[in-house]
Write a protein that binds this ligand. Structure first.
Ligand code: APR
Length: 249
């Protein structure tokens, strides 16, 4: 059965749950896409854990600064812009992202719930104070280049990326708000995520369990396990603008 776009225009509370795929057409690598995904070439255990930072802070800091550099060079794409436009046309939209870039914000989205933190919120590894010092635009030649992290102005500890690493707890307040929105919404658009990483991956299931409709927007069709679950197969940069046009035609 096809998803009726008019259900989007009639929705009273839409949740958009985004993953790396929403930034793919801005030139930001995803994690698990074959050949182009970051984890195809770099082992998450070596780069995205507390242990990895302890063992080799310059490798981890350099990798995240390289990713921040990619984001600074990138522009929001039609998917980000359409999500921001949807929020202006609907009575209520909650945007939950697993992404650590700021492309949703730069496209005009407000109050973005970042479940996995942000590249733009570095903090002290020792005392956890936010780092307020200047962060020069990195000029890293390639992925994997080492860069010594700056020091905390408060305790001289090493500065770490403000992202959630594997094994770390998600920001409690953000997760609570995201779970609440999933439980209240009547439609959830799951955009550009492989749905593999818990607990974030619970969000679409929470919506489905309470009777919301869930639509996966992804070039790879996702398993649809329930009546109210649909696939819109394609790239978010094309599917979302088309969905907006059909919904509000
Ligand atoms: N439009 C929509 N979806 C796309 C596009 C696109 N243009 N290009 C790729 N995709 C899809 C892929 O098919 C894949 O299903 O985006 C998804 C990206 O999946 P992942 O790389 O696993 O990224 P994500 O789901 O966001 O990963 C979740 O895992 O590594 C951790 O913390 C990291 O937040 C990340 C989390």
């Amino acid at each position: 059965m096809e998803f009726d776009p008019k259900r989007l225009a009639r929705a009273r509370h839409v949740v958009v749950f985004s993953g790396a795929g929403v930034s793919a057409q801005s030139g930001i690598p995803t994690f698990r896409d074959a050949l182009t995904g970051l984890w195809e070439h770099f082992d998450p255990a070596r780069l995205a854990t507390v242990q990895a930072f302890r063992e080799d802070p310059a490798l981890v800091w350099g990798w995240y600064e390289w990713r921040r550099q990619k984001v600074l060079e990138a522009q929001p794409n039609a998917a980000h812009l359409t999500i921001a436009e949807l929020a202006r046309r609907l009575p209520r939209l909650t945007l939950i992202t697993q992404n650590v870039d700021d492309l949703h914000e730069r496209a005009g989205s407000l109050d973005v719930l970042h479940l996995h933190g942000s590249l733009h919120a570095p903090k002290c590894f020792a005392c956890h104070r936010p780092f307020t010092g200047p962060l020069p635009l990195p000029s890293l030649p390639e992925q994997g280049a080492r860069l010594e992290p700056p020091r905390c102005t408060g305790c001289n500890g090493k500065i770490r990326p403000g992202v959630v690493w594997f094994g770390e707890a998600l920001p409690e307040r953000m997760l609570k708000r995201a779970v609440q929105a999933a439980r209240e919404c009547d439609l959830l658009l799951s955009v550009g995520t492989s749905g593999l990483v818990q607990p974030a991956a619970r969000i679409p299931h929470l919506a489905l369990q309470q009777g919301a409709c869930v639509v996966h927007i992804n070039p790879q069709p996702q398993p649809c396990t329930a009546p109210g679950e649909y696939n819109l197969v394609g790239r978010a940069g094309e599917v979302l603008p088309h969905l907006l046009d059909q919904a509000f035609a």
